[in-house]
Design a protein around this ligand. Structure first.
Ligand code: FAD
Ligand code: NAP
Length: 333
């Protein structure tokens, strides 16, 4: 059913009250040919946890409700799990934990749907989705055709893929197949996980214990979008050359940076923002979270453009203080 002038307030985790000119949900691939055959601008919506609406959407929003989780094949070391793009990501992670399929445990409790997981190659605590990605099927809107993407076709990078850039808004991701390990390889390289596991008194490491540790850390540290509107990290962590990092380190000995395999250094954007004084500050109802400056929050009735303006102020201040440019991770509409 096609709705007109439809409020999306309950469908984006920033809880921005804007209207879509047209809105429909789809739960079958067959519905897409008709729903996408329109001159209107289209937006495919999942859980709305990685976008910021700065104005009404003057086009057609299609909410993905394609469901299903199934084991499609296996080999000696792996199982292949195919999930509908409209499944909850966390539900899929817990399904894998329950069946002892390893690889997604560090990605527990990330909000949103399966279909968005390849969009920005979701990542947390040292794991990215590309490490468990096998293939996806997508609907090409212009050609009205089904297309298969293997890992090499997706251009995965740090919070990036071809779907966020080159092919933005051209495909509807329908389902994703993940390759999980039968025998786990644990990744507890992020200090917070081992500290939490110690607190939990875990004697034998399991994927369930890692997922539980991640869930506890995230629940304590990150604002729950059902209580405080937010879309997680608003900016990416900037990557700078080793020379740039060394000169910053001289001026700011406490700067937080992690050396990457290519020799560049990833700076913690949250730390940079904190140093500019924005942590826990607000302009009206648009703010930077008190515990994690990187997360911009809607503290009541902020509009999307107020949150965007706050992000502009932060970009300017970080540039001025560190000569580092912050890039937004959240999709702006
Ligand atoms: P949406 O916000 O609905 O959509 C995001 C973009 O993807 C839009 O451009 C949309 O058009 C497009 N899109 C969505 N589904 C499809 C589809 N099926 N086909 C084509 N295009 C599509 N992200 C991380 O990477 N790591 C984290 O640890 C993390 N933690 C978070 C914590 C919190 C509290 C919050 C609120 C967010 C966090 N995020 C994190 C961001 C977000 O949850 C993820 O990026 C998530 O994958 C977005 O999924 P979604 O379904 O909500 O996407
Ligand atoms: P944190 O632990 O306070 O760490 C700050 C930053 O330092 C992180 O962004 C992380 O980079 C980096 N970092 C920490 N330990 C590292 C290590 N051992 N090796 C390399 N880099 C390291 O971060 P946080 O905000 O609480 O988030 C924890 C994890 O959840 C991070 O991986 C973060 O990306 C993820 N997260 C993502 C979102 C989102 O919306 N994208 C929201 C919340 C949390 P990375 O970000 O590159 O991992």
């Amino acid at each position: 059913m096609l709705h007109k002038n439809y409020s999306l307030k309950g469908l984006n985790t920033f809880r921005i009250n804007i209207a879509a000119k047209e809105f429909a949900e789809f739960s079958q691939v067959n519905d897409l040919a008709e729903l996408t055959a329109t001159p209107q601008k289209l937006l495919i919506l999942g859980g709305g946890s990685n976008l910021l609406f700065t104005k009404d959407f003057n086009g057609r929003v299609l909410k993905n409700n394609l469901k299903g989780i199934e084991l499609v094949s296996e080999d000696a070391d792996h199982v292949y799990i195919k999930a509908g793009a409209g499944e909850s990501w966390h539900k899929l992670v817990m399904y894998c934990i329950h069946h002892n399929f390893a690889g997604m445990e560090n990605l527990a409790l990330i909000p949103g749907y399966v279909g968005a997981s390849p969009m920005q190659n979701i990542g947390a605590y040292g794991v990215e989705v590309k490490q468990v990605f096998s293939a996806l099927e997508a609907f090409h809107i212009k050609d009205q055709a089904l297309v298969k993407f293997n890992e090499g076709d997706c251009g995965f990078g740090y919070r990036e893929s071809v779907f966020k850039n080159k092919y933005k808004d051209q495909f509807v991701i329908l389902n994703v197949t993940y390759r999980l390990k039968k025998i786990p390889v644990f990744n507890i390289s992020y200090g917070a996980i081992s500290i939490e596991l110690e607190k939990m008194n875990v004697s034998a490491l399991t994927i369930a214990a890692i997922a539980e540790a991640v869930i506890r850390i995230r629940s304590n540290k990150l604002p729950d979008p059902s209580v405080i509107g937010n879309a997680g990290s608003f900016f990416k962590n900037p990557e700078v050359s080793a020379d740039k990092y060394n000169s910053l380190k001289k001026a700011y000995p406490n700067i937080v940076g992690y050396t990457l395999s290519n020799g560049d250094v990833k700076l913690a954007a949250g730390w940079l923002i904190e140093q500019t004084g924005w942590k826990g500050q607000r302009i009206g109802d648009a703010g930077s979270h008190k515990d994690q400056a990187l997360v911009l929050v809607n503290l009541g009735n902020a509009t999307g453009s107020e949150i965007f303006k706050l992000s502009e102020r932060i970009v300017v201040d970080v540039k001025q203080k560190f000569d580092v440019i912050l890039e937004r991770e959240v999709n702006i509409y």
